[in-house]
Ligand binder design. Structure first.
Ligand code: ADP
Ligand code: MG
Length: 246
């Protein structure tokens, strides 16, 4: 197990001068989406990313989450430049250091809650213990961590249920546990409350902020809801391809 490399400065994520364009078809011109985007996050910090629909919020989250590649610029996670890593190294960063949640839960419909949250641990190398959360260096067995987190989010009585048998709020809580199961340093959440009713949305927001503190995981959250954004430590606004502090 490699030691945590979190720098002395506590800097966790450094996005510097990132550009990204898309081409609709082979003959169409490139449309710039991100133009010289920079932002910083520290260990265990919370931040919101807000902006109009189509402004590039998901695009930026996908670049940080290593699901897509920037055209230009630097994205450093824990001092490691993600733009220079091989696909194999990226896959490792994705499974160990980054947790992702989306508006829709993307759980495997045929698998139980228990199986769904353990899927990411299958990608770990043999030896098979996960870091015990940023608050401790002691390894934690995946099954014990899964049980602890499922209990923490109030789903211990749903272990053998399948996603179709759960409410929307419960499904998102399963997705949160799945995202945290490998003790990532950074949780990326793309409109995680966007498909929930007001009460479930508020409960999920409470839970994310509590887990941020308990698990010492930094949270970068895209949202349309100003009241949710305001609960994060920092609010970044994206407009016309650039990001600024709100
Ligand atoms: N894979 C893609 N191919 C082409 N265009 C894309 C792709 N992904 C996003 N875009 C375009 O980039 C812009 C920003 O999209 P997105 O990041 O999803 O915005 P947001 O999440 O802020 O609503 C949109 O105009 C969208 O159509
Ligand atoms: Mg989006």
């Amino acid at each position: 197990m490699t030691a945590k490399r979190t720098s002395e400065s506590g800097l966790l994520l450094e996005v510097a001068n990132v550009f990204k364009s898309f081409r609709e078809g082979n003959d169409s011109p490139e449309t710039p989406v991100l133009r010289n985007v920079s932002l910083l996050m520290h260990v265990a910090e919370t931040a919101a990313l807000v902006g109009p629909s189509g402004s590039g919020k998901s695009t930026l989250l996908n670049l940080i989450g290593t699901l897509d590649k920037a055209d230009k610029g630097v994205i450093k996670l824990d001092g490691q430049d993600l733009t220079r890593l091989s696909e194999k190294e990226l896959a490792q960063v994705r499974s160990r250091d980054i947790g992702l949640i989306f508006q829709l839960h993307h759980l495997l419909p045929q698998c139980t809650v228990w199986e769904n949250v353990l899927v990411p641990t299958l990608a770990l190398p043999p030896g098979n213990s996960v870091k015990g959360g940023a608050h401790t260096s002691a390894p934690e067995q995946p099954e014990l961590r899964a049980k602890r987190l499922l209990e923490r989010v109030g789903l211990l009585n749903r272990l053998t249920h399948r996603p179709g048998q759960l409410s929307g709020g419960e499904r998102q809580r399963v997705a949160v546990v799945r995202a945290l199961i490998n003790s990532p340093k950074l949780l990326l959440a793309d409109e995680p409350t966007g498909a929930l009713d007001a009460r479930s949305a508020e409960n999920l927001a409470d839970l994310l902020l509590e887990l941020n503190r308990e698990e010492k995981v930094a949270v970068l959250l895209v949202t349309h809801a100003p009241e949710l954004a305001a609960r994060m430590g920092t609010v970044y606004q994206i407009q016309d391809g650039t990001v600024s502090l709100q």
